[in-house]
Ligand binder design. Structure first.
Ligand code: COA
Length: 249
């Protein structure tokens, strides 16, 4: 348990708030475990109609905690980060994200699995996997080329180019870009609470239909990426890049 993940309940909405401001909400193993557990509980609790994942109005998340990557790298698919990924992939309830500030690494790739994504216009999204000697994860190597075309996806995944909330919305990574982090959160909360007024079984079946065509393929890709990612973490290229971040002046 950690209060770096705050779990709040409002009617049928469960909000999971990343709350580690001193480290830009970088995600530790304990945080992934808490998120995985909360998603599972939400999925099986008939009183919960939607889940909202958010950070603060200044920062969504700086991605995986880099010190954790060095000290306790995930060794296989039975690791907290993969439990989180699989529980998000398999969540039958609608998952909504509200994003402001930095959304790095898994902070961007997790959005590809949310049903609705509201971002601040100036949110800063980035997937610097290659820059860190790593490789794409969480299905991004499948989803982004399909969504954006190979040429644009390569810019984001091979070069690690950053983009903002407005671009994320224009490209279909986000539902809508709003003027501020507060506005993005307010919109996300408003839309998430709408599920209280909709018939839950119809929502569940509709989400299932939307996800079904790619379900098995996506899971296979997430596992393949995960195995390579775990190997890459031990590579000299990754160790040099991660130590470079830790030892930066
Ligand atoms: N893991 C661990 N610590 C992190 C972190 C991460 N992913 N991202 C930020 N932090 C820590 C910094 O080390 C710093 O800690 P310190 O104050 O003890 O030195 C603190 O959070 C603030 O970070 P800082 O870089 O000073 O904030 P910023 O506003 O200038 O920049 C980011 C924010 C997110 C753009 C920048 O921190 C960053 O690029 N982080 C790394 C992101 C990343 O590569 N993630 C992994 C993807 S796989």
């Amino acid at each position: 348990m950690t209060d770096a993940i705050q779990v709040e309940r409002e009617r049928g909405l469960l909000t999971l708030r990343l709350n580690r401001p001193d480290k830009k909400n970088a995600l530790t193993r304990a945080m992934y475990s808490r998120l995985a557990e909360a998603l599972k509980q939400a999925d099986s609790d008939p009183e919960i109609n939607a889940v909202l994942i958010t950070g603060s109005a200044e920062c969504f998340t700086a991605g995986n905690d880099i010190a954790d990557f060095v000290q306790q790298p995930p060794s296989d698919l039975d690791s907290p980060v993969f439990h989180f990924m699989l529980n998000l992939l398999e969540c039958r309830k609608p998952v909504i994200a509200a994003v402001a500030g930095a959304a790095v690494g898994i902070g961007t790739t997790l959005l590809l699995h949310c049903d609705l994504v509201y971002v601040s216009r100036d949110a800063r999204l980035r997937m610097p996997f290659v820059n860190l000697g790593l490789c794409p994860e969480f299905g991004s190597s499948l989803i982004l080329p399909r969504l954006l075309g190979q040429a644009k996806a390569a810019e984001l995944l091979l070069l690690g180019e950053g983009f903002n909330g407005e671009q994320a919305a224009a490209w279909g990574i986000a539902t809508q870009a709003l003027p501020s982090g507060e506005a993005a959160f307010a919109k996300a909360r408003e839309m998430a609470l709408r599920f209280d007024k909709l018939p839950p079984e119809a929502v569940r079946i509709s989400k299932q239909l939307m996800k079904a065509p790619d379900r098995d393929l996506l899971r296979k890709v997430v596992e393949e990426e995960g195995k390579l990612f775990v190997q890459r973490l031990r590579s000299p290229e990754a160790i040099a890049a991660l130590m470079g971040f830790i030892n930066r002046g």
